[in-house]
Design a binder for this molecule. Structure first.
Ligand code: PAF
Length: 288
């Protein structure tokens, strides 16, 4: 496995691979890899001739008072883990390499990005779509892999790919969880023991929403209320949002009669956790 930090070197290598008629899979990450990332990498290795994993903590997707500086980083460990699952190249550029002095071009998806995480983190998705576009242009993948835990991000990137005719497929794979149900996230490392226990309220609240849907409830407000109630019972938790939205448009729905995304963002102390589930048949999540 090789490690590349220079964007034009990475681009040259990927161009060479494409000229050999080989397929490229890209797994974009911000590093501090966990089993969720590794499941995406394994899938890419299975489906492509050459897999690139990018490790880049992208400054443009963090707000001013967010955790860019403290975001966990351990490139050597990431390189080792990526190699173990069969990744062919790790692309780990510096911030200056991706955003040199004078950088002024941004990519923005409108409509899907003003709600949910976009409402709580203004500018976040603009940073994501900008860096992901750059990564697509640098690595020229046939397929790019994203986790369902960041469902809104996956939907936004998929829309960008359609709208801007990027010649690649977005593959969205299921959230990987700890045995007790907490979704894996690099940010889980911020939680102390007490907060880690309290964080279980996140999957628990979603289970409540799913139970109601399974029992036939179709009134969105009632489901949202029940999910909120579970979270409000945990003293260490503070709701950022609980949302139930049409999976294609991310518009709010009153009555559920098609596939919807049920998503929550919850502060546990100073750590913001997100999680979600999809209700209804929607082939792009978990199946493709
Ligand atoms: O999901 C992430 O880790 C990041 O948002 C991504 C897609 C790597 C872009 O920086």
């Amino acid at each position: 496995m090789i490690v590349v930090t220079d964007a034009s070197e990475m681009q040259k290598l990927c161009r060479k691979i494409k000229l050999q008629g080989k397929t490229i899979g890209l797994v974009p990450t911000m590093g501090y890899l966990h089993e969720g990332h590794l499941s995406l990498m394994r899938r890419s290795v299975e489906e492509n001739d050459f897999t690139v994993a990018s490790v880049f903590v992208n400054p443009t997707q963090f707000g001013e008072n967010e955790d860019y500086d403290t975001y966990p980083r351990d490139l050597n460990r990431d390189i080792k883990l990526a190699e173990e699952v069969g990744v062919d190249a790790v692309f780990a550029p510096s911030a200056e390499e991706m955003y040199p002095i004078g950088y002024c071009t941004y990519v923005e998806v409108l409509g899907l990005t003003e709600v949910m995480c976009g409402a709580s983190r203004p500018g976040h998705f603009r940073g994501v779509t900008t860096v992901v576009s750059k990564l697509f242009n640098i690595t020229q993948p046939d397929r790019a892999y994203f986790g369902q835990k960041d469902a809104q991000q996956a939907l936004v990137v998929r829309r960008m790919v359609r709208d801007l005719n990027f010649p690649l497929e977005i593959v969205i794979l299921p959230t990987v969880r700890e045995k007790d149900g907490l979704a894996l996230s690099s940010r889980n490392t911020y939680l102390n023991d007490e907060e880690r226990k309290a964080a279980l309220v996140v999957p628990e609240s979603l289970r409540k929403g799913k139970e109601l849907l399974q029992s036939g409830e179709r009134n969105a407000a009632k489901i949202i209320e029940a999910v909120k109630k579970v979270i409000e019972n945990e003293p260490l938790a503070r709701i950022d949002y609980v949302d139930l939205r049409d999976i294609e448009t991310l518009r709010e729905v009153e009555t559920i009669n098609g596939p919807v995304l049920v998503a929550v963002a919850v502060w546990i102390g100073k750590t913001r956790l997100i999680d979600n589930f999809v209700w209804g048949d929607y082939p792009c999540f978990g199946k493709c």
